[in-house]
Design a protein around this ligand. Structure first.
Ligand code: HEC
Ligand code: HEC
Length: 603
C-alpha cells in the first residue's frame, strides 16, 4: 500500500527498522499526523473561508468581496490586522478566542452573520481562525497578545449611574460623538470615517442589544476599555480608572432603561391603544400619551424591491396610541443622528438604479455591477446552508432577499452621499419622513396586504409625514411602484426633534368610509416606514417594519371605584349584622329569650 503518511514514515524510520512494527505504527500516529495537521491547517481553513467568507471578505482577505458594495460597515479587511471587538488593549492584535467569538456570534445589525457549530465545526473553526490571521503579517511577527483583566464589578446603582456616570461620560467627551443622551447624535457624528475612509455611524448607546461587542455589563466594560480598532472609537484602558469605566458603562445601562442588562431587544408584537374620554388635542397631547403603554418595533432596510436600502439609519421605532369616541392618535419616536428639515421626501420618489449611481460616481457600471452575472450572486450557492439560521433580524430577507431582478435594477450604494466619502455632511436634499401604514380595509382572516406598500388586491393607506412640512399627506399603495396620493381623510400631524429623537404625533377620525375604521376591542394591522434624509433615503429606499398589531382596548373602561365601593359597604353591613347577631345571642343566653332584632340590639 502506498499511503502518503506511511511512505513519509517509512523514509524517516528507514534506519531503525529493527524497532519493529509497534514503533512504525507509533511513528505514523504521532509524527505522520502532526505534519499532516500542520500542513493542512491553512488548507482546511481556506476551504471553509472560500465557502463562507470570501464573498464578503474577499478572496485575498482585503474586505473587497463581491457583496462589499452593499455592506455598511464594510466587511473587515483582514490584511490590516485591525479588529473592532477584542479583549486586548488598544493597538494590539486580537486573541484567537476573540476572532472565534465573532465568527460564532456574528455582529448584530451588520452584514456579519453568526456561524454556529452546525455550519462550521469547532475543528474547522480553529483552522479558519489560523487562515484569517494569515492575511495579516503582524500575527506572525508579534507576540501573542494578552487580554486585559476585567476587575470585579461594583454593584449596579442607578443613582450613581445617572450622576457620576453621566459626569464621566460628559468629561470624557463621549457626547461629542454619541450625543448627550447617547442616541448617536453628537455634533461630530455626521463627519466620522474609519481608517479606510468609509463613513462610520456612531453607536446608539441606548440600545445595548445592537452592540457588536456584546450588551452585558462585562461586555460593555470591555468595549470601553479596548475601543474599536480602525474606527474613531477610543479605548480607555489605562486612561481612566476602572471605577470611572464602570460608571460610564452603567450610565449606558441606565440610558437603555436599566438596571437590568438589555441583551435582548425589548420588542413588542402589539401596541395597545388606550381609551380616553378626553378631547385629543395634538398640541397638548403629551399628558394623554403619558399613560399609554409604549411598544418598540424593529425596522429593517427595504432590500426586497428596487430602491433598496442596505444600511438604513433607523433600526427601531417606538409607538403609543390613544383614542376616544371620535378620534385616534399615535405618538412615534425614533432616534436620528441629525434632523433633516429641508428638502423633499415622498413614498413615490425615484431612487436611481445601481448602474446610474455608479455612472454618476464616474465608474464603469457594467464591470462593477456585482449583480451583473447571475453566477456572481454571492448568496446563490450557499443559500441552502443558511448561516443566518434563525436570526430574527433576517426573517424577511430569508425569502429570496434579492427578488428576481438582481441583474438589472438596484439602488444600493448612495450611502451618506453619492460620493461616499463622508464629506457630504451638508444634507438638505432629502428630508426626514415617517409613515404609518394600515390596510385600506380591515382584512378578512389572516390575509394581509403585502407589507411593502400593499398589493393590487389589497391596497394600503400611508399616513405620511414629511419633516420639512408641518402637515400630513395621505398616500395609497398598491405595491411600491403604484403609490399615489390617497383620497380619504387627511391625518393631522405635529412633529419635533430634540436630543437625537424625532417625536411625531398623528391623528385622524376613528372611523372612515373610504379607509380603515378603528373599532374598540379589535385588532388592526399596522406597519411603519422611516426615511432618513441624511442617509439619502426616499421612496423605496428606507427602513420599514413587518406588519404588527394595533389593539384598541374597550372604549368604556369601567371605573374601578363603584365595584370597590359596593364591596366595601357590603362587607361593612355584613360585619354589623354578624357582630350584632353574636351579641344578641350572648345576651339571649344570659337573659333568656327576647323578641328584639339583632340590628336593634346592635344599635
Ligand atoms: C454577508 C457578508 C459576510 C460574510 C459572509 C462574512 N462576514 Fe465577517 N464581516 C462582515 C462585515 C460587514 C463585517 C464588519 C462589521 C463591522 O465592522 O461592524 C465583518 C466582520 C468580521 C470580523 C471582524 C471582527 C472585528 O472585531 O473587527 C471577523 C473576524 C469576520 N468578519 C470573520 C468572518 C469569517 C471568518 C467569515 C466566514 C466564516 C465571515 N466573516 C463571513 C460581513 C461578512
Ligand atoms: C471620536 C468619536 C467617539 C468618541 C469620543 C467616543 N465614541 Fe464610542 N463610538 C464611536 C464610533 C464611530 C463607534 C462605532 C464604530 C463602528 O461602528 O465601527 C463607537 C462605538 C461605541 C460603542 C460600541 C458599541 C458596539 O457595537 O459594541 C460603545 C459602547 C461606545 N462607542 C461608547 C462610547 C463611550 C461611553 C464613549 C466615551 C467614553 C465613547 N464611545 C467615545 C465614536 C466615538
Amino acid at each position: 500500500m502506498r499511503v502518503p503518511g506511511r511512505q513519509d514514515c517509512g523514509r524517516c524510520c528507514s534506519g531503525v527498522r529493527w524497532m519493529g512494527a509497534l514503533v512504525l505504527v507509533l511513528g505514523v500516529a504521532l509524527f505522520g499526523t502532526a505534519t499532516a495537521a500542520r500542513g493542512q491547517d491553512l488548507e482546511s481553513g481556506k476551504v471553509t473561508y472560500d465557502k463562507y467568507c470570501a464573498q464578503c471578505h474577499g478572496d485575498e482577505g482585503d474586505g473587497q468581496g463581491i457583496a462589499t458594495p452593499y455592506l455598511r460597515p464594510e466587511p473587515r479587511d483582514f490584511t490590516s490586522g485591525k479588529y473592532k471587538v477584542r479583549t486586548t488593549p488598544t493597538g494590539l492584535l486580537p486573541t484567537d478566542a476573540d476572532i472565534s467569538r465573532t465568527i460564532r456570534l456574528g455582529f448584530p445589525y451588520t452584514g456579519m452573520p453568526a456561524f454556529r457549530e452546525n455550519v462550521i465545526t469547532d475543528g474547522e473553526l480553529a483552522d479558519l481562525v489560523a487562515y484569517v490571521k494569515s492575511f495579516a503579517p503582524a500575527f506572525a511577527e508579534q507576540e501573542p497578545p494578552e487580554p486585559i483583566t476585567i476587575p470585579q464589578p461594583p454593584p449596579y446603582d442607578p443613582e450613581h449611574a445617572s450622576t457620576k456616570g453621566r459626569e464621566v461620560y460628559e468629561s470624557t467627551g463621549c457626547g461629542a460623538c454619541h450625543g448627550t443622551l447617547g442616541r448617536g447624535n453628537g455634533a461630530s457624528a455626521p463627519t466620522l470615517v474609519d481608517d479606510w475612509n468609509v463613513p462610520v455611524r456612531v453607536a446608539d448607546l441606548t440600545k445595548p442589544w445592537t452592540f457588536r461587542g456584546g450588551g452585558t455589563r462585562i461586555d460593555i466594560f470591555r468595549t470601553m476599555s479596548t475601543g474599536f480598532a480602525g474606527t474613531p472609537m477610543p479605548g480607555f484602558h489605562g486612561a481612566l480608572p476602572p471605577e470611572d469605566i464602570w460608571a460610564i458603562t452603567d450610565y449606558m445601562l441606565w440610558l437603555s432603561g436599566g438596571p437590568q442588562e438589555r441583551v435582548e431587544a425589548p420588542y413588542s408584537n402589539v401596541v395597545t391603544a388606550r381609551a380616553t374620554s378626553e378631547v385629543i388635542d395634538l398640541a397638548a397631547a403629551e399628558d394623554l400619551f403619558a399613560d399609554a403603554p409604549p411598544a418598540l418595533f424593529p425596522l429593517f432596510g427595504q432590500i426586497v424591491e428596487p430602491g433598496r436600502s442596505f444600511y438604513p439609519a433607523a433600526n427601531a421605532i417606538q409607538i403609543q396610541a390613544v383614542y376616544n369616541r371620535d378620534e385616534i392618535a399615535f405618538r412615534l419616536v425614533w432616534h436620528d443622528m441629525r434632523a433633516e428639515t429641508a428638502g423633499v421626501n415622498a413614498p413615490d420618489l425615484a431612487v436611481p438604479s445601481w448602474n446610474e449611481q455608479l455612472a454618476e460616481a464616474g465608474a464603469s457600471s457594467a464591470e462593477d455591477d456585482p449583480w451583473g452575472a447571475p453566477a456572481d450572486d454571492p448568496w446563490g450557492a450557499d443559500a441552502a446552508e443558511d448561516p443566518w439560521g434563525d436570526d430574527a433580524v433576517d426573517e424577511e430577507a430569508a425569502a429570496d432577499p434579492w427578488g428576481d431582478d438582481v441583474v438589472d435594477e438596484d439602488g444600493g450604494d448612495d450611502f451618506w452621499g453619492e460620493a461616499g466619502d463622508g464629506s457630504d455632511a451638508a444634507g438638505g436634499e432629502f428630508s426626514d419622513a415617517v409613515a404609518l401604514q394600515f390596510p385600506q380595509q380591515a382584512p378578512e382572516g389572516v390575509r394581509k396586504p403585502y407589507f411593502i406598500f400593499g398589493d393590487a388586491q389589497n391596497p394600503v393607506d400611508l399616513w405620511f409625514a414629511d419633516m420639512a412640512k408641518q402637515e400630513a399627506e395621505l398616500w395609497t399603495g398598491r405595491g411600491s411602484l403604484a403609490v399615489v396620493p390617497g383620497e380619504s381623510e387627511l391625518p393631522e400631524v405635529v412633529s419635533s426633534y430634540e436630543d437625537g429623537a424625532w417625536v411625531v404625533l398623528m391623528k385622524r377620525a376613528r372611523t372612515s368610509r373610504s379607509s380603515i375604521s378603528f373599532e374598540p376591542e379589535s385588532f388592526v394591522p399596522i406597519a411603519f416606514s422611516v426615511w432618513d434624509g441624511f442617509n439619502r433615503e426616499r421612496g423605496n429606499k428606507r427602513a420599514l417594519s413587518a406588519w404588527w398589531d394595533l389593539y384598541l382596548e374597550p372604549l368604556e373602561r369601567p371605573s374601578p371605584l363603584p365595584p370597590m365601593a359596593k364591596a366595601f359597604f357590603g362587607i361593612l353591613a355584613l360585619e354589623i349584622l354578624i357582630v350584632g347577631f353574636v351579641r344578641w345571642r350572648r345576651r339571649r343566653r344570659a337573659t333568656g329569650a327576647t323578641t328584639e332584632s339583632p340590628a336593634a340590639q346592635a344599635a
